[in-house]
Every structure is written in C-alpha cells, then in structure tokens.
Design a protein around this ligand. Structure first.
Ligand code: PRP
Length: 215
C-alpha cells in the first residue's frame, strides 16, 4: 500500500513488506546486476497496482462460458515512458502487468559535474493526451532529469503524468513539487539527502551502472 507523505503532498511512498524487502536487497552493494535488474522489474510491477488505481474505466458486457455478465475495462490509451537508461528495466516490469500500453522513450543523461540533464532522445506517441502517462526512472535525485522529462511530455500534449521511481531524495521531490505540482510521484523509498556528488544517501549507488554492469 502506498501512503501519502505528510511533508510532500506530491509523494506516495510504498510501505508494503514485499516492496521494502526487495528494495533492501537492491540497496545491498553485493547484489549483482542480474539480480538487481530482476528486483527492479518486480518492484515496478508491484507499484503499478497503486499507480493505476484512478485510471478511467467503463462498464462492458462480457460472455463467460457460463452466462453474460458485466465487467469493466480501462478506456484510456496508456503510455509508459522510461527515462533512459535506468528507466528501461522499470518499464519492462510495468509492461509485464500492463502489456497493452504504448511505450515512449526519453533519453537524458546527467552531467557528473554540473548535475544538469542533457536530452539525447525523444520518441513519443503523437496523442499523449489520450490517456495517462506513466513515466519511470528509478532515481529522483536533484529532480533535474524528472522535471525536464515531464516538461517534454507536457509539450508533447500529456495532461495526466504520474511518475514511478524507486528511491527519491527530498531535493528531487521538492523540485517536482515546484515545477510540476500536479504530477504524483510514487516511490519505494524517500531517502535522507543528496551528497556532494549528487548521489542519493543512503540510496543504492548508480542505478544505470548497477543495472547494466557498466561503470
Ligand atoms: C540518473 C537517473 C536519473 C537521474 C537522476 O540517470 O536514472 O535519470 O540520474 O538525477 P537528477 O534527479 O539529479 O536529474 P543518469 O543521468 O545517470 O543516466 P543513466 O540512466 O543513463 O545512467
């Protein structure tokens, strides 16, 4: 279950034992990249349950093998947008449980010195406003990348954006609250702070490098 954070109205943190158990495994420095990737996908899949709770539905008639009955189906076109690179693995976990979603891609990398994001890719569906956009990026550090990515989504027409991340720093949550207050951020953990290198503390290291075995 995700619960709202008293200090951050735009943040929902998951206190579910399964998610916390897996996040703790991911934080451990001895966890190798194969296991790290698998855990990230699993956590993202579990978080989707809460993130999609308010998706619009309509009543439909369905014929079961036994009789005609009424069910519900999601009416909106859903788009999942990973912020590359690290968002790719989270997106796979989301798509495992929501295979009908379209996928847009945003490529950003953060300069190690200035901590500012640079865009290198944007490939998005043309009718983003046709439904909710679920943006995924495991790390919300300064919030520069997430804020830039949401800005790109809005300029492309998105009107309903939700963000899934794994670990957030208060600085990044605050930046999102200032720049995009209507975007709800869902996180498995709200960590203490950023260090002088812009890394989340305690965090889990560089998510991209730990996912892909680079670095
Ligand atoms: C990481 C992370 C976010 C960003 C967070 O990506 O995945 O996109 O940094 O930092 P911010 O909140 O301070 O902007 P990175 O730029 O390292 O690229 P990568 O995913 O390709 O490793």
């Amino acid at each position: 279950m995700a619960i709202g954070h008293s200090a951050h109205p735009n943040l929902m943190v998951f206190d579910h034992p399964l998610i916390q158990h897996k996040l703790t495994q991911m934080r451990a420095k001895g966890t190798g990249f194969g296991e790290f990737r698998a855990l990230m996908g699993q956590i993202a899949g579990l978080m989707v349950y809460e993130v999609t709770r308010t998706f619009p539905c309509e009543a439909v008639v369905v014929d079961t093998p036994v009789e005609r009955t009424e069910g519900r189906r999601i009416t909106a076109k859903i788009t999942v947008v990973p912020v590359l690179r690290a968002g790719l693995v989270m997106a796979e976990g989301v798509l495992d449980v929501m295979p009908e979603a379209r996928v847009g891609h945003i490529g950003l990398f953060r300069d190690e010195k200035t901590l500012l994001p640079t865009q290198y890719l944007s490939r998005l569906p043309t009718d983003l406003k046709a439904g909710p956009v679920v943006m995924v990026d495991p790390m919300l550090a300064t919030g520069g990348s997430a804020s830039a990515a949401v800005g790109m989504l809005k300029r492309a027409g998105a009107t309903d954006v939700r963000m899934i991340c794994l670990v957030a720093a208060p600085e990044g949550v605050g930046r999102m609250e200032r720049d995009h207050p209507e975007v709800m951020v869902y996180a498995a953990g709200l960590d203490r702070r950023l260090n002088e290198h812009g890394f989340i503390v305690p965090g889990l290291g560089d998510a991209g490098d730990r996912l892909f075995g680079t670095g």
